[in-house]
Design a protein around this ligand. Structure first.
Ligand code: ADP
Length: 358
C-alpha cells in the first residue's frame, strides 16, 4: 500500500509541462529538443523543486546547466537535472560504438591538436573515449598527451595496453614505428598498421574512438579510410584558400569511400585581440561556410588562433579538459555537436537537418 505522502507527492508533480519544456529546448546539439524518451524520472523534492533524471543517448552532459535554466524558467520552479550518458547502440567494431576519423587535406592545420582536444571534450561530456594516432608522417599524440618516451605494454604477450591519459585511452603508431620511416609507407602497409593497432589494442568498451589520420588525400589516406569501420569523419581546415581547396579534396575522398562527412572544423579561424577583444579574421572569412554549403555539410566549429592552445599542447596538457580556460567551451560545443550528429545520423528519419547561414 502507498503511503499517503508518496501518493500526494507523485500526484502533485505536473509532468506534462516539464516534458513540453524539455521538448522545446533548442541548441546546436539538441536541435530538435530533448525527447521524452531521454527522461528517466521526474520527481519533486520536499521543497517543491523538481528533480529530473535524464539518460542522454549522446555525450552532452555539460549542457545540462543550460537545460536546467530553460526548464526552470518555463515552469517557474527551480529544477535540477542529474544526467548520465548511455549510448545504446550496437558496437560497430569490437566494443567500440563509434569510430570518428579526424582528417585534413593538408598538414599543419591543427588536425592533431583538434583531434586530441575533441577526445578530451567528449570525455568531459560523459563518454568513454579513446584516441588512436594514425598519423604516420608525424605522430604527435604522445607529445600532446605528455606520453613521450612511454613504452607500450602488452597483456599476456597478446594485446597492447592503451595508455591512460586523463581517462582517455591512447595508442599511437608512433610507439611502433619511428617517424622518419614515413617516407617508405605505402597504402596497404599503412592501413595494415592501422588495422593492427585497432585490432590488437585492448580498448575495452568505448563510446567514441577518435582516429587522428595522416594529412592529405592520396593513396595512403584513401586505403586507410577504406579499411576502418568509421561512423564518420571530421575535416579540419584553416580559412586559407589553399587549405580549403585541399579540404574539398578530403570531402571528395570520403564520399568516394562512403564515410559520412560529419562536418568541417575551421581551425585558426580568427584571432581575438588580447587588448580590445575584437575578432580579426587574419586568414579570411566565410571560406569554410562556402565550402560546407557547396557540399551540404555543416561547419561544426570555428576554433580561434590562440596562444593558450599551443602552450597547453607543448606542455602535454589538454586545454579542452581545463574548464577554467575559455577555449574549452569551444571544444565542448564541437564535441557535443559531433556526438549528436552521430546519434541523429542513425535515428533521424523524421528529422530535417537545416544548414543555416550563421
Ligand atoms: P597538424 O596535425 O594538422 O599537422 P598540429 O595539430 O600538429 O597540426 O598543429 C600545428 C601547430 O599549430 C602546433 O604547434 C599547434 O600547437 C599549433 N596550433 C594548432 N591549432 C592551433 C590554434 N587553434 N591556435 C594556436 N595554435 C594552434
Amino acid at each position: 500500500m502507498f503511503g499517503l505522502s508518496k501518493l500526494f507527492s507523485s500526484k502533485s508533480v505536473q509532468k506534462q509541462p516539464i516534458i513540453t519544456a524539455l521538448a522545446a529546448y533548442r541548441s546546436a546539439a539538441f536541435a530538435v529538443g530533448i525527447d521524452e524518451s531521454f527522461i528517466d524520472s521526474i520527481s519533486q523534492n520536499d521543497d517543491k523543486s523538481i528533480r529530473i533524471k535524464l539518460i542522454l543517448p549522446f555525450a552532452a552532459q555539460s549542457e545540462m546547466p543550460l537545460v536546467e535554466q530553460h526548464v526552470s524558467e518555463s515552469i517557474k520552479t527551480p529544477v535540477t537535472i542529474d544526467s548520465s550518458v548511455i549510448i545504446n547502440e550496437p558496437a560497430k567494431f569490437k566494443a567500440i560504438k563509434h569510430i570518428v576519423l579526424v582528417a585534413s587535406g593538408k598538414g599543419g592545420v591543427g588536425k592533431s591538436t583538434t583531434a586530441v582536444n575533441l577526445a578530451g571534450a567528449l570525455k568531459n561530456e560523459g563518454a568513454k573515449v579513446g584516441i588512436l594516432d594514425a598519423d604516420i608522417y608525424g605522430p604527435s599524440i604522445p607529445m600532446l598527451l605528455g606520453l613521450v618516451g612511454a613504452e607500450p605494454q602488452t597483456k599476456d604477450n597478446k594485446l597492447l595496453q592503451p595508455f591512460n591519459a586523463n581517462g582517455i585511452k591512447a595508442q599511437s603508431i608512433g610507439f611502433l614505428v619511428p617517424s622518419d620511416d614515413a617516407t617508405v609507407w605505402r597504402g596497404p602497409m599503412a592501413s595494415g598498421a592501422l588495422n593492427q593497432l585497432l585490432n590488437e589494442t585492448d580498448w575495452g568498451e568505448l563510446d567514441y574512438l577518435i582516429v587522428d589520420m595522416p594529412p592529405g588525400t592520396g593513396d595512403i589516406q584513401l586505403t586507410m579510410s577504406q579499411k576502418v569501420p568509421a561512423s564518420g569523419t571530421v575535416i579540419v581546415t584553416t580559412p586559407q584558400d589553399l587549405a580549403l581547396a585541399d579540404a574539398q579534396k578530403g570531402i571528395a575522398m570520403f564520399n568516394k569511400v562512403n564515410v559520412p562527412v560529419l562536418g568541417l572544423i575551421e581551425n585558426m579561424s580568427h584571432y581575438i585581440c588580447t587588448h580590445c577583444g575584437e575578432a580579426n579574421h587574419v586568414f579570411g572569412k566565410d571560406g569554410a561556410e562556402k565550402l560546407a554549403h557547396k557540399h551540404g555539410v555543416p561547419v561544426l566549429s570555428h576554433i580561434p588562433l590562440a596562444i593558450d592552445i599551443r602552450e597547453y599542447s607543448e606542455q602535454g596538457k589538454l586545454i579542452a579538459s581545463d574548464t577554467s580556460a575559455a577555449i574549452s567551451d569551444t571544444y565542448s560545443a564541437a564535441a557535443r555537436l559531433i556526438a549528436s550528429t552521430l546519434f541523429y545520423q542513425q535515428h533521424q528519419s523524421s528529422v530535417e537537418i537545416v544548414i543555416t547561414e550563421d
